[in-house]
Design a protein around this ligand. Structure first.
Ligand code: AGP
Length: 614
């Protein structure tokens, strides 16, 4: 939810930390701040709003120093303002901390510290942790690293922190539990720390992903030392980053979201590269393939996720049940984790998450694991928390998705689910050879077909202009296009702030049809397939009440065009693959409607890219 960047070494810290915060701004942008250590003094700068506000605030000040910690915030405790912005200082100003997560017992800790005479300046849980570390350091005489560890032993909740102390200027302390933190190892015994690898990649590709309960002491003179919460030293596992800097830039597009929409022919191809060969007739999905028998023999599969990833699970349900005849239940992770669900050892719980850090999804998995279920994951971020706790999983390889509204991650998730369903169906003998190969070759053709839809952007833009001032919208679909309707509605509402709802098309008669009038745009997926005629009837019901129909139709379909106010033709494909293509026009439509409404497309109000708190 928040972004952390830190540096210790010989270079000036401010430009490194500031640039890194800009790369992480998609994680939260209510406020930001930087603390710089020089000549055993800590200089603190922090401002409400975007990182640019901080930059403008600092540029005319002395921002020198080769140690720095920075933070961009998504508020959890205390409203967004300067005083609640991170970094926070200890009462004596000797220690500075940045924190991503939630300290659930902060109130108890705060009261204990207040009873000792401490006075707090902010409403945050983070300041409490900083005071606790300082209190322990003062009363025990321990060094910073041990003081941090002792403080964290008292903490209940989630944290990724970086701490620095003016009395120990040669070190930074980094620690994590349930919130991500990556350490970059520089070439001159300097160190970078960040919430993910994007602020680090331009300086070094040697990284250490901190695990839960680990504490790293980054000492410019003594190097990196890693401990667990019980002070047992561990060997750091250094990995080579595969991320490339250019992947992080907008690549000439106005927004990351538009870039990511247009990346989909490549991201879908990257997702199935090396995992699919229609000619030879095989699918091979890394870690998950070793669990195919477990999945086939499982009592059921429970898919857990949030938001767009939950919509991908719904597509997966249609694919797994229709193709492979495997019983699937789809659950909102936030509901699953609290409703005391029945979970047995024979169950498989599959989590889908772009960030791999969504708190509710993580918690749902931990609950399933505690009850003996096999837990699998489909994530986009390599080394993310969910990818590390699961028994096995598959990465979607969609590349960094910076835009808060998920696009290429969704089609990549559906691609992985399609590969899984095809492979399981084949293994269970539910899909004969020709249908199997047809499905695989159709999947191999999807990138080109998505490109054909992207080539219709100008037409879609014109349609967007017609409906940009709508106050409400309905999205309808049947079968595996129903989740696409849900996803289309989510895209519109989260970036244009137009209220939109997705429904199974047949549900119209059970209430929503009361909403239909000439002001109501109704986006309908009306592609050729088993329920085509029924969708056409639904379209006519809407037209009879003067609703506006914008239809996604199969190329060459002349029938629906007669009833639609506007239509977007998409290439014909295997019926199971329609969601991969039909979702793209809705992404483009939402994007241009949001742009025309002058909304902040990449960083919509109130939202963050990764919801790492409840
Ligand atoms: C989708 O556009 C939203 N950004 C949001 O619903 C997102 O899908 C959800 O928060 C889940 O995130 P995850 O895939 O990283 O777990």
């Amino acid at each position: 939810m928040c972004g952390i960047v830190a540096y210790i070494g010989k270079k000036e810290a401010y430009p490194i930390v500031l640039k890194g915060l800009k790369r992480l701004e998609y994680r939260g942008y209510d406020s930001s701040g930087i603390a710089l250590l020089k000549n055993e003094e800590i200089k603190l700068f922090k401002k409400e709003g975007k990182v640019l506000n901080l930059e403008n605030h600092v540029e005319s000040k002395d921002n020198s120093g080769t140690r720095g910690i920075g933070h961009t915030r998504w508020a959890t405790h205390g409203p967004p303002n300067d005083k609640n912005a991170h970094p926070h200082l200890s009462q004596d100003g000797a220690i500075a901390i940045v924190h991503n997560g939630i300290i659930e017992n902060y109130d108890v800790l705060r009261q204990e510290l207040e009873s000792k005479g401490y006075k707090f300046n902010s409403d945050t849980d983070t300041e409490v942790l900083c005071y606790l570390i300082a209190d322990i350091k003062k009363n025990t005489g321990n060094k910073l690293g041990k003081s941090v560890r002792l403080a964290l032993q008292q903490v209940v909740g989630a944290y990724a922190i970086v701490v620095m102390c003016k009395d120990e200027p040669n070190k930074l302390i980094a620690a994590r539990k349930s919130s991500p933190l990556v350490i970059g190892i520089g070439k001159e015994n300097d160190f970078y720390v960040a919430s993910d690898a994007t602020p680090i990649v331009e300086y070094t590709k040697q990284v250490v992903y901190l695990n839960d309960g680990e504490i790293a002491i980054l000492n410019e003179k003594k190097g990196l030392k890693l401990y667990n919460i019980d002070e047992v030293q561990k060997d750091p596992y250094v990995e080579e980053l595969e991320l490339h800097l250019e992947a992080l830039e907008k690549g000439g597009y106005d927004h990351f979201m538009l870039k990511e929409i247009h990346e989909q022919p490549h991201s879908i191809e990257d997702c199935f590269r090396g995992r699919l060969n229609a000619k030879e007739g095989w699918v091979s999905l890394g870690g998950i393939k070793y669990y195919e028998n477990d999945i086939i023999n499982a009592n059921r599969i429970v898919m857990v996720a949030c938001g767009t990833s939950w919509h991908a699970c719904l597509v997966g349900e249609y694919l797994f049940e229709d193709l492979a005849r495997i019983n699937v239940e789809v659950e909102y992770a936030s509901e699953f984790r609290y409703r005391n669900p029945i979970i047995n050892e024979g169950d498989i719980v599959l989590a889908i998450s772009q960030s791999g850090e969504t708190a509710d999804t993580m918690a749902a998995l931990e609950l399933a694991k505690s009850k003996g279920a096999t837990i699998l994951g489909i994530c986009n971020v390599v080394g993310s928390s969910i990818s590390r706790i699961t028994d096995a999983g598959s990465y979607t390889h969609a590349g960094p998705e910076i835009g808060v509204a998920s696009t290429k991650a969704f089609t990549a998730q559906v691609t992985v689910l399609t590969l899984m369903a095809a492979s399981l169906a084949r293994k269970k003998g539910k899909l004969n050879d020709s249908k199997y190969r047809n499905l695989l070759s159709s999947l191999e053709a999807i990138p080109q077909k998505v490109q054909l839809v992207l080539d219709k952007t100008e037409k879609i833009k014109k349609i967007a202009a017609k409906y940009k001032d709508a106050s409400n919208a309905l999205y309808l679909g049947r079968g595996s296009s129903f989740p696409v309707a849900l996803e289309g509605a989510l895209k519109l509402k989260e970036i244009s702030y137009i209220h939109a709802e997705g429904y199974p098309a047949a549900e119209m008669k059970h209430g929503p049809i009361a909403l239909i009038d000439e002001e109501m745009p109704v986006f309908v997926i009306a592609t050729k397939g088993p329920s085509y005629e029924k969708v056409v009837s639904n379209i006519q019901e809407v037209k009879a009440r003067k609703g506006k129909i914008i239809a996604i139709v199969t190329e060459g379909d002349e029938q629906v065009k007669q009833f639609a106010d506007d239509y977007i033709e998409i290439p014909e494909t295997n019926e199971y693959l329609v969601p991969l293509i039909a979702t793209v026009p809705f992404q483009i439509l939402s994007y241009y409607i949001a742009v025309m409404r002058e909304c902040n497309v990449d960083q919509p109000r109130n939202l963050a890219k990764s919801v790492t708190v409840e």
